[in-house]
Design a protein around this ligand. Sequence first.
Ligand code: M6R
Length: 598
Amino acid sequence: MCGIVGYAGEQTSKDVLDVLLDGLSGLEYRGYDSAGVAVANSSLDVYKREGDLSTLEESLPEQPPNGFAGIGHTRWSTHGPPSDANAHPHTDCDDRIAVAHNGIIDNDQELRDALEADGHVFESETDTEVIPHLVESAIDQGADVETAFRRAIDRLEGSYAVIAVRSGSEALYAARHHSPLIIGIDGDDYYLASDVSAFLGYTEDVIYLEDGQFATVRPAGVEVTDERGALVETSVETVDWDPEDAGKSGYDHYMLKEIHEQPHALRECLRGRPQGLENAVLLEAVADVTEPKRVHFVACGTSYHASLYGARLVRERGIPATAFLASEYDSDVIPIDGDTLVVGVTQSGETADTMSALRDANGAGGTTLTVTNVVGSSAARESDHVMYIRAGPEIGVAATKTFASQQIALAMLSSALTDDCSQEFVDALRALPDQVQSVLDDSRARAIAGEYVDSDAYFFIGRGYCAPVAREGALKMKEITYKHAEGFPAGELKHGPLALVTDRTPVFAVVNRESNPEKMIGNVKEVESRGAPVIAVTDTPEAVRNHADHVLGVPDTHWRFTPVLANVQLQLASYWVANRLGRSIDKPRNLAKSVTVE
Ligand code: M6R
């Protein structure tokens, strides 16, 4: 996920570039593929590089000039691959205005077309670059820089935290909408950042900007205004975080932070894709893919569970589809031809087993599509088509928000591939981010998990669309608690696993009112009568309450999306068991975030 920092201070107090580089290093934990800074003095010095901070530092002149103010950025690519040109900050035609931006501008193409028609020349593929040109255009029409900045922001649609700086000026101009931006204050020194980890070494006094607010920051002070330009009274708060913890935004673990980032991740994944009015899902990735005769999903671990869910969706819409474990995929025994769409689902885009399956499919003449989180990853580069899930960087080894984003990405893919979409489906998709938020806000998983920390093993059952999420619940539980856990379609219980069920093996039952609830309740009774504690995760509490020790509710949604919500409860349950056991949650033993060996 991108990170922003800005600094405007007394000119005698600190070296602007040093403060910016410090800030960027505080943002590194978010993950990034390029970095850059712009320092304003009588002109504007911009340094930016693809790669990590050390690459940027090596590119700096031996004695870079100090300045009046500056901005910096760590970029996680969305529009255009990682490159020096696509790195922020971006500038206008005359290099007078530099801008750093987090978020996505939905109407960038329209703005770019208009600006190009007016003679503006673009140097990058990013959506961000429209901003400095919009500011430039307003200045050329006679506006002062502050007004020009406001006019530029007013034309943006999408999400943004933006900071701009102008040559010859000691001011920073900032605005936010659906992307965080915080002002740090230390006497006459002011900082701006997307999260406090960028300036915690300097100050703990902050002002949190709200959506729709603008700020002008100078060594002489800060002015915050609302959308109409009226002054806003702000309060300075103290952040009582250890700088060490700031990377986790106050959460004890990245995993918990990433679980809580899911509403945002889902919004990003959905942005610009479901089209309510036309009852359609627009996916550039498959715009020129003709409807395949069959779809093969290839993936590992959590991504395989998302694929099981995706394959069911595609099958239901009439195209034969199968999810394969990538390590078991072999074109010698699985027929592939030009009518076969092979979808590699991989958060990292680097998993060796998945890469190998995709290469096998390419070699056998299949059409390949990668669904991934990482722009420019190997899988993205080597496939015929690519769809990004836009979940932002995931640092915890346990996949959480990327799984949620994969699920809805595949739901959209199933719809786009088959042109099968209803208003109900689109509305339900769009409601998911808020519904995930409500699960996070109201979950009782922590208290319930506390009761079962000493259990011998954990079972997870579900039917239909809820079976993949039962498997995923078990994977999460085993990888971070180091306890035995198994997840399977509930009908399989009586064919073996029931022998292991005792009063020391809690069973998490995902019950969806549309996926055979009567049979599911029959399965719940099977384990109940063996003394197993039952935790029902359900959209239909009344149906199951009499047979469950606990109910973890999820809001009503389109029945295909119940597992997306149920999974959040399962993630939290695993997290809190592991937390009580004092496990190394973010880096479980023996596991790696990106598995690059077969
Ligand atoms: O990067 P990928 O999605 O290809 O990774 C595949 C698996 O290694 C991964 O999903 C793994 O199972 C999870 N980290 C488990 O939480």
